[in-house]
Write a protein that binds this ligand. Structure first.
Ligand code: SF4
Length: 217
């Protein structure tokens, strides 16, 4: 395959985003029910290896019960495990949520900090979650490299056979203008869920098919 210049990739990405914004004008984070940064952080921890739909079924009761970082930190591990069991990997998730809450109480007056680098050092918060948090609640650009983002970055030919989220974040961060990072992230998730599925991408009705080297048919 002919090597594509960075300038060409940037142009192509710009047109892809333009078309996906038309296709998905309401693209956004699909985790619901949260009102505070900490609640979104909890929902994001719960969403690992779980659908947003399932998380959205569990969070109303959780957020009604736990009103502060202190509440989450004080709850016994086994109680929280039972409450979040249906999201899978519930032992680890409960451990991470309680550790995060305890750290916020100890060092941040119970509030989630808005700084990306500080966020990534907190328990249970990786780069993906930190990017989602800064983009969604702190109004800063963020590239949220989840499974859809990784799959589409490969199919759209911006990376080749790459599954390292940090590398993909770096490469796409250079192709997509910073001010578009958040919109790009939401567009990747929406398109990945609604058209460019993992098993059977629907290239025949894809609005970016002519810009995609992986187009089938
Ligand atoms: S053309 Fe096919 S593989 Fe490419 S983005 Fe569209 S659905 Fe995905």
């Amino acid at each position: 395959m002919r090597k594509e210049s960075l300038a060409s990739k940037r142009r192509r990405a710009g047109e892809i985003l333009r078309r996906l914004k038309v296709e998905y004008p309401d693209a956004r984070c699909e985790l619901e029910n949260w009102k505070t940064p900490l609640e979104l952080a909890v929902a994001t921890i719960l969403s690992a290896q779980c659908t947003d739909k399932r998380v959205n079924m569990v969070t109303p009761a959780l957020f009604a019960k736990y009103r502060s970082a202190q509440d989450w930190a004080d709850t016994p591990q086994e109680v929280l495990e039972e409450e979040i069991r249906s999201t899978g990997f519930f032992r680890n998730k409960a451990k991470n949520i309680r550790a995060l809450a305890a750290r916020l109480v100890a060092d941040f007056h119970g509030e989630l900090p808005g700084d990306f680098d500080v966020l990534t050092k907190l328990p249970g918060i990786g780069r993906k979650t930190a990017n989602l948090l800064v983009a969604t609640v702190f109004g800063q650009p963020g590239l949220v490299v989840d499974t859809h983002f990784i799959r589409l970055s490969n199919r759209l030919g911006f990376v080749q056979d790459e599954d390292d989220a940090v590398k993909i974040e770096r490469v796409l961060g250079d192709i997509v203008p910073r001010e578009d990072w958040t919109a790009w992230s939401h567009a990747m998730v929406f398109h990945g869920r609604r058209c460019c599925n993992a098993r059977a991408p629907e290239c025949g009705r894809c609005p970016v098919a002519e810009l995609c080297p992986a187009k089938i048919g």
